[in-house]
Design a protein around this ligand. Sequence first.
Ligand code: ADP
Length: 741
Amino acid sequence: MDRQTHENSIIEYMLTLLHIADDAPLNTVKKSDAEPTGAELLYLETARQIKAFIDEIPGGFLIYNADGAEEIVYANKALISIFKCKNLAEFKTLTGNSFVGMVHPDDIDAVQKSIKSQISNSPDNLDYVEYRIMRKDGIVRWVEDYGHFIHSETAGNFYYVFISDATEKVTRRMAETATIINEGKAKEQKLQSLIEEYDKERKLIRQEHLQRLEVIEGLSVNYDSILYADLDGDKVLPYRLSTRLERQFEQRLQVRELQWFLTDYVKVWVHPDDRERVRQKTSVEYIKKALENNQTYYLNYRCIQNGETQYIQLRIVNVGNRERVSQIVMGYRNVDEEVLQQMKQKQLLEVALNNAKIAEVAKNTFLSNMSHDMRTPLNAIFGYVALAKKNADKGKSTRAYLDKIETASNQILELIDKVLEISYMETQDYAVKEEPCNILDFMRDIHAASINAAAQKNISLALHADSVKHANVYADSHKLAQVLNHIVGNAIKYTKAGGNVVISVSEKTNDKSGEFVTFYFTVEDNGIGISKHTLDRIFEPFEREHNTTLSGVYGLGLGLTIAKHLMETMGGDITVESELGKGSKFTAILSLRAESETDEQQIEAEAALNACARGKKILIVEDNEINLEIETEILQDLGYETDFAPNGKIAVEKVQSSANDEYALVLMDIQMPVMDGRTAAKEIRKLSNAAHANIPIIALSANAFESDKRESIEAGMNAHLTKPIDVPVLSEAIKSAICER
Ligand code: ADP
């Protein structure tokens, strides 16, 4: 018999015994009506004793059916009292006589599932469960249940179970578990908050680190290499590396010994002449000392890379403790551009200084020339005036003296003209006129103007103009004549007696229409020539090969400056070739508009203009007697009648009281006493009689700037002419003012 079968049969036997003991009076065990036998009585007595024993055991004991409604088969006294029932009947009522009724409704499902699963997994058909029960008095208690499943062929399936009150044990355990859980939770919470704190701190550190990197990055954009070094720890860590420094830190971000790095850097890269200085100023001792009072210092030196010199600036910054210098950052940057820029600037300054010095010398020379050149003719004037006075009564040589006075005066006038012209040039207020001009006639005039001066020096002056095909052009012949007369004059001046000067003009048509023609005016001499040194600066103001005092040749050093400027103003240029001792060749180049057929008609119109103005009366307003005399004579020479007024006020009165058309024009001086010319012009324009108010007025003034002209026009005048009087210009202006009214 195996253990299981043996156990089953014991339980079956016990069930039988319990059954007998429970419901039967003693005769139950009797097999017949006969008196019970001794054996039967012993059997009954054993059953009672076993039942009494089981009833009295201190723990609860239960047998119930495993099938159907799980009906209770047996419950001992201890179990009944666990449920606080008085007897079995009460217990059966409370539980509905079933195991299901014993267990708290909230626990029954879990208990039944657990029992089944334990039994099916247990080779001994054992289970252990804890559950709540509801006692008769309504109190809920915990019990523990050790069960054993029995399958019996005869009695069917059932459990027998040992049950005991486990309320204290479970409560204690639950309390313990709760404590453990709570403690665990608290620990978990603490851990969580630590993690969070750590995370926060990590983020902050990271952020700070990033910010620092950004700051370093921002501050260091100009630096090719950035190194962090610890002086006390003898360590250097690269943060950014140039191709140069990569040699010292083969692998990027590799930590090196600082001393080794500093020595190797100087040896490999620094220019030999700068090595000692760099070595000394990057020694740990020096850095510490230098950074004691300053947060930073820098060092400029040269490096040699691929055979080329580069200018480097090293900046060292203390990034650690102020009191104890140890942590530093070293930034290296290439300053080639800046150094070159500085050198360029220095060069420019030197040139500017040099130019200023040259200009100063030239100005001083000019001033000494000016004073010499003005004094010479003035001396002559005074001298000849004295002689003329002395001889006036005797009628001797007075005319010759007057001629000489005239020459000397002209020289002064020329001087003043040139200085004025330079002033004009500086204000750049220069208008170019376009007038009909016949180049061949023009060249003949140029030639004629200098022929005497050449003859006096026994210099042959030739003119070649044969190749000109477009002789009739539009040009500012006054300005062009000024240029050519000057260079011809120079050629004669700087050529020795017996020399040759050749003036020539040739042309080149610019476009197919032939509208513009380029003229090459050359003046070639075989004179003294110009040195290379002077040639380079010949068009600069006050530039002369020899000054007047030294050479004895009169000159200002302004003529060519003016000539060049005049040519450029007209849209042309002037060039020079020369060799010392051999001669010079000046070429003035200018494009001019060729005259067309219709221009002929204009010439006819001009003739008509002349006819219209002839014989008209002009009112001269002039306070200076000599000027009045000159102007009167010029106008009368031109065929006009004249009247005069000594100031603006009288002029206005004269015009106002004149018969209509009595005066064809007013020639008005500007600076006058009582009423100046411009005020007078304005007053005339305000007169009620239209014939008087519209009378043409021409200003004649010593003030020659464009601004003066503008003011005269604004005052209502028709034109503004300058003194000394240029007769053709005056004649033209009068004619157009009178006839084009
Ligand atoms: P200026 O003749 O009044 O001194 P310019 O400006 O006309 O001033 O000329 C400047 C200098 O150029 C002269 O002083 C002279 O040294 C040189 N020069 C000009 N023309 C000639 C020339 N044809 N031959 C030699 N030297 C010349």
